[in-house]
Design a protein around this ligand. Structure first.
Ligand code: NAD
Length: 313
């Protein structure tokens, strides 16, 4: 399949490498010049489950794509949410009326941005449990296993998504169709909406936060705001299931000693965060449905204050 990876950071690199290994024709588009230069020079490199790998794939800066001759059958979006609209605008010349566009970004409400550029019939919205990191320009760190749930937003349902599911599965990306993707997206957003912002502001790993005397109270308060907003949209969530997933983050034997990705982005790399599309999205939806969201609002403001203090870009 002819595939564009639009945003070749940590996750885009994982998907690019796995889809390239499965013999797809993969074109990379990104906006970070040092990364593009490194990939042009040495290929896209990765530590892939302990093995050093690299692959040559064409890569273009998003400002250059109007010169590219590539008719994509599938675009996989993997920018940060703040970069999404700029990327969709940039790749417009490569997206034709049959191109499927898959969005697996964390956070809530991306379909509202994507539908300005792509007919809903072609949009696949999803959620992924794969993870990835970047070691520096041109090099990713890819460990572990994952999965993808996705749903077609058009009227054709699963049949519209089938060729994409087959391509993802041939690349061992473990994709399956979901009839209820918003529920999975909200469930994951509850985990990100607690662990990310709280560990970032408190300068704590997930286990240390989870063992504080107030962790349960704070997490319940935030999650109750996500649940109220989900309920107003008829999105079903199960309290015990969501809380079990959050509590599993505290386990020191598994992932508890890690800092969430927002911590890495803001505290370590001084990059802007996706808080406006996680807790901030709950605040906006809360205003729409007249639901108070004081915890999400406060956490969003604290993270923005930290971004300003650190001069995040
Ligand atoms: P990323 O920050 O690695 O990459 C996103 C974009 O930012 C890319 O275009 C990349 O080139 C650019 N970028 C990265 N580092 C940069 C730097 N130092 N300077 C300038 N530009 C830089 O993002 P990601 O982790 O791949 O995440 C993409 C989306 O997937 C997000 O919505 C994220 O929440 C979601 N997601 C991430 C993971 C994960 O484990 N990383 C897992 C699931 C979902």
């Amino acid at each position: 399949m002819k595939i564009i990876i639009a945003g070749v950071g940590a996750m885009g690199s994982r998907f690019a490498l796995m889809l390239h290994q499965a013999q797809n024709d993969v074109l990379l588009v990104d906006g970070w010049q040092a990364h593009i230069d490194a990939i042009r020079k040495d290929g896209l490199r990765a530590n892939f489950n302990g093995e050093e790998i690299s692959a040559k794939m064409p890569i273009y800066h998003q400002e250059e794509v109007s010169k590219v001759d590539f008719s994509a059958e599938l675009v996989i979006l993997f920018t940060k949410v703040m970069q999404l609209e700029g990327m969709l605008q940039a790749i417009k010349p490569l997206v034709h009326k049959e191109t499927k566009v898959l969005c697996l970004l964390n956070g809530i409400g991306h379909e509202d941005i994507i539908k300005k550029y792509v007919p809903l019939e072609n949009v696949l919205l999803g959620n992924t449990m794969w993870t990835a990191g970047l070691e520096g320009p041109g090099k990713a760190k890819l460990f572990g296993n994952g999965s993808i749930d996705l749903q077609s937003l058009g009227t054709e349902g699963e049949s519209a998504a089938r060729p994409v599911l087959d391509v993802l599965n041939a690349a061992k990306l473990n994709a399956k169709y979901s009839e209820n993707i918003l529920s999975s997206i909200y469930k994951k957003a509850c985990v990100n909406g607690t662990m990310n912002g709280l560990c970032t502001i408190l300068d704590a790993n997930m286990a240390d936060f989870g063992e504080t005397s107030v962790a349960e109270q704070i997490v319940e308060a935030i999650v109750s705001e996500f649940f109220a907003v989900a309920k107003a949209q008829n999105i079903e969530l199960h309290h015990d299931e969501v809380m079990a997933q959050i509590y599993s983050c505290y386990n020191r034997e598994t992932i508890g000693l890690h800092h969430p990705s927002m911590y890495q982005d803001l505290i370590i790399n001084h990059r802007l965060t996706e808080i406006d599309y996680i807790n901030g999205a709950i605040v906006r939806k809360g205003q729409q449905f007249n639901i108070p969201t004081p915890y999400c609002s406060f956490l969003t403001e604290l993270v923005h204050a930290k971004e300003e203090i650190l001069g995040a870009k």
